[in-house]
Design a protein around this ligand. Structure first.
Ligand code: K1U
Ligand code: ZN
Length: 186
């Protein structure tokens, strides 16, 4: 398994739609494994394929209840509303409050290629909506008010020089630090 580079805001792939996965092959499973490794290394709770420069419609999440891979995910029910702060591994150090459905049902294929349905609320519901947005080229900053979005973009303009080529390469130190934190939590 490998920790992959993360594409950051400015990388065109983050704004492009993904392509449905036609067959869940060993290559797809290898990509999912690498994405889990990258998500844990970056201390995230989710990661979508475009964030690692890939066009497959798939994502991984783990909000502390165990790893979940979703292939060709679709939201088939969205109810209620909840507002909470979000960040994004592709826009480091930028945060903002986003209103989303509080409860969702997601249909997807598993890493074994089996269809399954997931009922989610709280952080899992938010995370799934955030990841599925990524698969459609949408980012959490798109939901911010004009004023808040302008402020976030002004901050990002100062930060983006730390990510040449719009790529975030996790350092060995970051990876080790996040692994230590995760091991302590388990
Ligand atoms: O896709 C991503 O950029 C990952 C992102 C997903 C996310 C889910 C829900 C709310 C916000 C963002 C993150 O993992 S952000 C970092 C994070 O670890 C975190 C966010 C919210 C609550 C707890 C942790
Ligand atoms: Zn994100």
């Amino acid at each position: 398994m490998s920790v992959l580079e993360i594409q950051v805001l400015g990388s065109p792939i983050l704004r492009e739609p993904t392509t449905p996965v036609a067959a869940v092959t060993d290559d797809v499973r290898r990509l999912l494994d690498d994405m889990f490794e990258t998500m844990y290394a970056a201390n995230g709770v989710g990661l979508a394929a475009p964030q690692v420069g890939r066009r497959e419609r798939l994502a991984v999440v783990d909000v502390g209840t165990g790893p979940i891979a979703v292939i060709n995910p679709e939201i088939v029910r969205a109810e209620g509303a909840a507002r909470a702060e979000e960040g994004c591994l592709s826009i480091p150090e930028i945060y903002g409050e986003v209103e989303r459905a509080s409860d969702v049902t997601v249909r997807a294929l598993s890493a074994e290629g089996e269809p399954f349905t997931l009922e989610a609320n709280e952080l899992l519901a938010r995370c799934l909506q955030h990841e599925i947005d990524h698969l459609h080229g949408k980012l959490f900053v798109d939901y911010l008010s004009l004023l808040k979005r302008r402020a976030a973009m002004a901050k990002w303009e100062k930060l983006r020089k730390d990510f040449p080529g719009n790529r975030r390469v996790l350092s060995a130190q970051e990876i080790a630090e996040h692994k230590r934190t995760r091991d302590e939590e388990l």
